[in-house]
Ligand binder design. Sequence first.
Ligand code: ATP
Ligand code: MG
Length: 322
Amino acid sequence: MTHENKLIEVTDLKVSFYHESGKLQVVRGFDMSVEKGKIIGILGESGSGKTVSATSILKLEEDDVSSIDSGEVIFKGLNLMELSESELRKIRGNRISYIFQNASSALNPFKSIGKQLTEVLKNHKLAFSKELVLQALVEVGIEDTETVYDMYPFQLSGGQNQRIMIAQCIISRPDLLIADEPTSSIDASLRKIVLDLLKEINKKNNMSIIIITHDFDVAKYLCDRLVIMYGGLVVEEGPLNEIFANPFHPYTKELIVCAGSLKKGDEIVYTLEGSPPSPFEFADECPFAKRCKVRLPECTSEIPRTLEISGRKVRCIRYEKR
Ligand SMILES: Nc1ncnc2c1ncn2[C@@H]1O[C@H](COP(=O)(O)OP(=O)(O)OP(=O)(O)O)[C@@H](O)[C@H]1O
Ligand SMILES: [Mg+2]
């Protein structure tokens, strides 16, 4: 990957929350980059730090409850970590849009669709017109756009509202869309529609996408590259096809086996035993060591560093030995 192709590059991001007992680091090492026009998936079990890493890229976590302990986020030559709140506001929702996890209420029930979409453009001081709004509605597959323009969310189906929500995120023509579990709170019947829509927008507008998911099938359907998280750390990164064909990290291997076994029917054939560590249990060791079937004695003596192997990254001590 050449540097010029990188739209955003995140290096050594570490994020803590303040608790009664003090400060607790929940993201301990998050690195990723996104090339223009590519779709990157962030995968990992619940609590691994996917959402906090993504929201911290845009400094969306509240200052009084959290702190960014380290990290550089270079977006189109600017380090977002060094920008003021007013400078960041020009980027959020404008150059980088964010579909929040459980965002079913992102639409205002009291405003017409046309008004809500126009407001996005106005808020970002972009040119606005009815024509631009109608065009965005066409792009997300809304038929009869003139009628929908004057309608309210309650008059539309769940599927149409999902499309409008995506229109809200893409009407400013962002360079990057971050979609946090965009299909987890919607009916199975709508899931494919939303995924297809994201795929289409990515292709047509050459818009990069970061999709956060715990569903390997979603990742497989959409992504060019994957970032696998565990215990607040990126444990593996690389092209989707290569990771599927030959996962490096023992955790990634387990995730792939689990995803495959779920498809064999309703009965869960294979699950990964145990649960991921909570940040209160984080220690200077590999966070996966307790569940790892190929653990070595050294795995609990330090946090493994990230190794680069044939253009891929893995954080596992076993690869140091090769
Ligand atoms: N506002 C907060 N205050 C304190 N701790 C938080 C806060 N938000 C998240 N955390 C903690 O940070 C860790 C990472 O959370 P995060 O939401 O990033 O996980 P995730 O990988 O997105 O999980 P999920 O798949 O459930 O969405 C978790 O241990 C979580 O409890
Ligand atoms: Mg999350």
